[in-house]
Design a protein around this ligand. Sequence first.
Ligand code: NDP
Ligand code: 2IT
Length: 446
Amino acid sequence: MDPKVEQFMSGIKAKNPAQPEFHQAVHEVAESLVPFIEENPKYKHAKVLERIAEPERVIIFRVPWIDDMGEIQINRGFRVEMNSAIGPYKGGLRFHPTVNLGILKFLAFEQVLKNSLTTLPMGGGKGGSDFDPKGKTDNEVMHFCQSFMTELSRHIGPETDVPAGDIGVGGREIGFLFGQYKRIRNEFTGVLTGKAIEWGGSLIRPEATGYGAVYFAEEMLQTKGDSLKGKTCIVSGSGNVAQYTTEKINEFGGKVVTLSDSGGFIYDPKGIDAERLAWAMELKNIRRGRISEYAEKFGCEYHEGERPWGIKGDAAFPSATENEINEEDARKLIVNGCKVISEGANMPSTPGAIEVYMESKILYGPGKAANAGGVAVSGLEMTQNSMRLPWTREEVDARLQTIMKSIHETCVKFGTEKDGYINYVKGANIGGFVKVADSMLAQGAV
Ligand code: NDP
Ligand code: 2IT
């Protein structure tokens, strides 16, 4: 390891003990940025790297609520306000039992660079709770969301901090959170994104992360004169990102053969076409069932407790969660002929897996570039809320495509190596950093 990176990381680890995901995210970025900062000493003297690794503010709070049995439950709520150099804090809320401060700091850190890449004026933040929505009734989810927002409402606002969805937070939760914010503050504002279309949401926001990850894959393939048409695709997850990734791959003429959840994965060699996808979406979004039921319904394989990376495919779209592809999985993908990986999830590949991609010189789009379409359309939702004028589907989709192309160009600009290989990790890290860093320099030691 570069001794300068090592020295920087030992400081980060000492200051942020027991936060392995945060260390991992900062390390990946530091490997790209330390050499860049050496060449650009203005950032070094202003300690920009040290500053961006320290949240501007962290809020941790108790979330008490009463379940359907009348029993008091206590969860922990968080909001990490990471960086506001280029706009109000912006980033999702995650409700999942694994949520802790270290996970949210990794996500907020990634979000700062991702949001910068979108070209829109958004700072970075992330929040959530260790609340587990699985097995809870709508009524319990509502009571939890109301209690969570009762505290969070003091810290957010359309010009301050604008949360959205992430794992475990979709349209239902955003509705309950928005309702409580409006009631407490007596303001109808664009304080959250991912709202329903009838009350201030944007068309294409539910689709945006998945669509964007597919647009990004297509951009990467075009650098090789290739496309997704006719390609077999491995998708993990079966939530928001996985669903719309599958929809867009189908539109591009590819074939999706896997979906997964925390129980295992299904392998459908016939392909998850529009009709099967509609069934899976009803299963996941309305009945809130398990992906194993898909295998029962359509008579295909279900691999309990496994992830789909051993299945043969040309393209992979990890769309479930962090560290879901390890080094061994990455090797399996390469051996099976995978040519492109576009990350819908945040940090789904371990450092060992990323090394395998780099050695094999395949097309690898890291999450902060490939999944930025979601937050980009959140930014467009904020614009429409400010104008009080909604755009059509076509208008939003065209802007999303333009943004994904621009992110790709930024990666090419900052990530192309001497031998012509496009290192999208380096490109995204440096490309995202420059705008934030220059803004911090201009704004002084804040
Ligand atoms: P959802 O809650 O809609 O879906 C999450 C999916 O991932 C579910 O299938 C879930 O399975 C699975 N999953 C979650 N945790 C685990 C785990 N620990 N092990 C195995 N499977 C797991 O979330 P999203 O689709 O919104 O988010 C998926 C990923 O995309 C996350 O990494 C998120 O941060 C990222 N992302 C989301 C954006 C958005 O706009 N929503 C934007 C950019 C990135 P199960 O149902 O069993 O829990
Ligand atoms: O990780 C992400 O970019 C998101 N969960 C979306 C954030 C947002 O504000 O739309």
